[in-house]
Design a protein around this ligand. Sequence first.
Ligand code: HGY
Ligand code: MN
Ligand code: MN
Length: 421
Amino acid sequence: MTVQIDIDRLMGRIFALGKVGALQDGGVCRLALTDEDKQGRDLLVDWMTALALDIHIDGVGNIIGIRKGRKDNAPVMIGSHIDSVATGGLYDGALGVLSGLEIVAALNDHGVETQRPIVVVAFTNEEGVRFAPDMLGSLVYADGLSLEEALGITGIDGTTVGDDLARIGYAGDWPVGGIQPHAYLELHIEQGPVLETEAAEIGVVEGVQGISWTEITFDGTSAHAGTTPMRLRHDAGRAAAEFSVEITRLAEQMGESQVCTIGAVELHPNLVNVVPERAVITLDLRNPDEERLKAVEAGAAELLDRIAERREVGVKTRKLARFEPVAFAPAIVDSIEAHAAKLGYSSRRMYAGAGHDAQMIARMCPAGMIFIPSKNGLSHNVTEYSAPEEIARGAGLLLEAVLDLAGVAKATGDTQEATRQ
Ligand code: HGY
Ligand code: MN
Ligand code: MN
């Protein structure tokens, strides 16, 4: 009898976590470091406790559960996140963390001892929507940002990461990055249309595209909407609208691999009869090619200069996130592809369009990701969905890749002796 995941148990945990921060018409809102995030964290810690994991909370609130191995050497780390966007689904991030827990539960059930320890991590603030940048917990874990800087980040509600971590009781004392993984694996939903369109069962992720987030403030002059001739206006709202149209057009001219999103727009005073004196927008640019990402960033800067002059408004920019494209370790990518084939799953190699914790942990050890399809290619949408059989394939493949890396020292009552080193 070989070790197998229990899909009903995994789905049970996905639905139970999905009740935390549940929205009226489906989906979840568990913004990082809110009460809902705390509730989800507490539930995860309860599950980790029940699985007899050695649990630690580090300085940036990452939740780390350790399953001992025969040797006390570098572990195989399985991670993702349980915070969500405001219109989140049940699977983004949660799938990866809960599949890690399911692998621990399956190993416990079958009395399997691995050579290497196995660590399951839920990283803090992967979404980055309250506190930028995204992937914050894994970025600090991989020493890409100091803990002090991270704790000092002020979010869109005016609180700091440090204050909110303390408020929800997850300002841990464990050293960040305290465990150097042997390898890192993350199971995630694709969040796009590729696998579904091509009817591929598994995405073998080769890397993650580059990300550039900027907050842009246009400063004009408030004036009466009825009495002020168009030629005398310093209309911050119009400047922001023109920039949004023109940067989107520029991105489309850059070709299919360039994506551009104006996700947040705030006008001040945001009233029907007042020419806006201020407009604050966010610009999300992504491309798998660093040079092309730089080119579109330069294009955006030129556009801002032109529009500032045209509309006679001031423009200020603030960088919220900037990560170059990341390629995963070929050996890990090959192993995932080989295990998918062995299990009889169709797969295709691809780059990740979304940001993931794996791209940060790849700075410190060989890392890789497994994707399963997203219905209608939708995510960051309350209708986000992946079927149990797709989840079972992804988690089963993750189990095989983890056992390959961790090595099986002993398995009571089955044939999986120390076959994997
Ligand atoms: O923005 C992203 O790609 C991720 O969901 N944080
Ligand atoms: Mn995610
Ligand atoms: Mn997400």
